[in-house]
Design a protein around this ligand. Structure first.
Ligand SMILES: Cc1ncc(C[n+]2csc(CCOP(=O)(O)OP(=O)(O)O)c2C)c(N)n1
Length: 537
């Protein structure tokens, strides 16, 4: 008969989980041993926040829930940053923490806080494992985590359970894909009617559509109706940037330029649009909204929600794709001109070495099926608009949780899941510093991830916002002298580059290695100020 630890590890393996990320405390040791003997890799990280983010990204890539662990108190609070990420970026995750035994749970004792209360607001479900329902609890947790809208579940593991033998359980622990129920036909027909009647309907495509990888289904809708499409940042890759209907990415660089198209819309059709990235009312003109998603629209009451189509998004898209082509007043030549002007402004000026030039070189070197993760900052806003993304999932960011420090662990998680792909991470210097310890993890695992650090010696996004208010540069400068001031960090090579040709050369070297490599791009960050944090209306 299995012990609780063995049952837990065996159940995770049956679900298809390959990695559990975390930092152990004493009570987790038997679980690690059970994982080792059952073929699950426990991946030690430098900080539990990374463990949550790595697990989140594994889930985004594989569709199988990610798994992570933190010990009591500080282990759990560190982990909560990664769990929050899975919550607001909508990723299925199993987060395990060691909890006190029943007898000690309410006592004053070292490292003891209430994990159930800690995780309640950032998970879909939080529970505590019992010896007689190990597989059942994990099975239910997987169901909850995978059901639309996906997200994390927390399972507290009492310290005194590991070695107890468990009764036989018959609960199947398979991974059943969850398909939301079909949308109501009458509501869908009403949506179609509103679409047909509009003179300038605009499609706004968001996170749900990207998560479900409905790019082909979207392409059919767009091909049939030929109306402009805006994407949220996390929906990058849903429509190619050179498509005649592509109108840009909301909220990111040159948002005032993208607004030139959407402000003329007389009806917005939200397709898998999750307001966690950007609320509708932040950018929408005051026109009727038709929302098609797996969950109901969330929009300010002052706006007109004309139709709320809740249910399987694939079916909703199929309905739109089968309608007769709508006749509209859009001028696609004007849209093309707009797009051209916008992309022209995102080209680096000759001889410059700012973030635009650095991204352009990286795009040139990174294969088309390569994955780029990024962090949070001014560079993210630029990536959102500038970075051509051939398919959903090839650019990975956090725009729901938006936590600095995301990029580095995200890249490590991506490379573990897709070792044959080229993987790069783009971080600002501030965000990189938060997770620099994970260089050791990447080195130990021998992962060829290229970490591009846009070193402009400040928290640029905050500085740009200071400037907008006419304030001084204050509290945003990061270092004196050079960021690395060395050709290695924790044994990982650092290639410092100061122009485009050095960067090209460094990237070639970095991608041809067999371990991680840091490319420190010493850039002039002043160009951010004319590109990011622009008006949305
Ligand atoms: C954990 C966390 N702390 C603070 C912020 C607020 N914030 C957003 S962007 C930013 C600056 C990021 O600076 P850097 O990493 O250097 O990137 P850059 O803006 O220069 O591209 C800050 C402080 C955040 N999003 N997440």
């Amino acid at each position: 008969m299995d012990t609780v630890a063995e049952k837990l590890a065996g159940t995770l393996r049956d679900i298809g989980i390959r990695y559990v990320f975390g930092i152990p405390g004493g009570p987790w040791i038997p679980y690690m041993e059970a994982m080792r003997t059952r073929g699950i890799e426990f991946v030690l990280v430098a900080n539990e926040a990374s463990a949550g983010i790595m697990a989140d990204v594994c889930a985004r890539i594989t569709g199988v829930p990610g798994a992570c662990h933190g010990t009591f108190g500080p282990g759990a609070t560190n982990l909560s940053t990664g769990v929050g990420c899975a919550y607001l970026d909508r990723s299925p995750l199993l987060a395990f923490t060691s909890e006190q035994s029943e007898a000690m749970l309410k006592r004053t004792t070292q490292m003891n806080i209430d994990h159930q209360a800690l995780f309640a607001p950032i998970t879909k479900w939080t529970t505590r494992l019992t010896r007689d329902a190990v597989a059942e609890t994990i099975g239910k947790a997987v169901q909850v985590a995978m059901t639309e809208v996906p997200g994390p579940v927390h399972i507290g593991v009492p310290t005194d359970l590991a070695d107890i033998t468990v009764p036989e359980e018959t609960t199947p622990t398979t991974l059943d894909p969850h398909i939301p129920s079909p949308p109501d036909r009458a509501v869908l027909e009403k949506a179609g009617e509103l679409f047909r009647k509009a003179r300038r309907p605009l499609l706004a495509v968001g996170l749900t559509a990207a998560r479900m990888k409905l790019n082909k289904e979207l392409a059919e809708v767009v091909q049939r109706h030929m109306v402009p499409v805006v994407l949220t940042p996390m929906a990058k890759g849903m429509l190619l940037e050179n498509h005649p209907c592509y109108a840009g990415v909301l909220f990111h660089a040159l948002s005032d330029h993208v607004a030139k198209t959407y402000r003329d819309a007389d009806c917005v059709i939200g397709i898998g649009y999750d307001p966690v990235e950007f609320n509708y009312e932040e950018w929408m003109p005051d026109v009727p909204l038709v929302h098609l998603d797996t969950s109901p629209a969330d929009i300010d009451k002052g706006y007109h929600l004309a139709c709320d189509v809740v249910g399987d998004l694939r079916q909703s898209l199929a309905y739109l794709a089968n309608m007769a082509p709508v006749e509209t007043a859009w001028d696609l030549d004007a849209l093309a001109k707009n797009r051209e002007v916008m992309f022209e402004s995102l080209k680096p000026s000759p001889g410059s070495f700012g973030p635009r030039a650095a991204l352009e070189v990286l795009r040139e070197i990174l294969p088309q099926d390569g994955i780029m993760t990024c962090d949070v900052g001014a560079h993210t806003h630029l990536i959102g608009q500038q970075w051509p993304t051939p398919a959903p999932g090839l650019q990975i960011m956090t725009n729901g949780w938006s936590s600095m420090g995301f990029g580095v662990p995200a890249a490590i998680g991506a490379k573990l899941c897709l070792p044959e792909r080229a993987v790069a991470c783009v971080s600002g210097d501030g965000g990189f510093l938060m997770m620099a310890g994970e260089m050791i993890t990447a080195r130990r695992l021998g992962l060829n991830v290229v970490f591009v650090i846009l070193a402009d010696n400040e928290l640029s996004l905050i500085h740009v916002k200071q400037e907008r208010r006419g304030y001084d540069h204050y509290g945003v400068g990061l270092f004196n002298g050079h960021l690395f001031a060395s050709d290695h960090l924790f044994g990982v090579p650092v290639l410092t580059v100061t122009d485009v040709s050095e960067m090209r050369e460094a990237l070639r070297t970095a991608f041809s290695g067999d371990g991680p490599c840091i490319v420190e791009a010493v850039i002039d960050g002043t160009e951010y100020s004319e590109l990011v944090a622009r008006r949305n209306k």
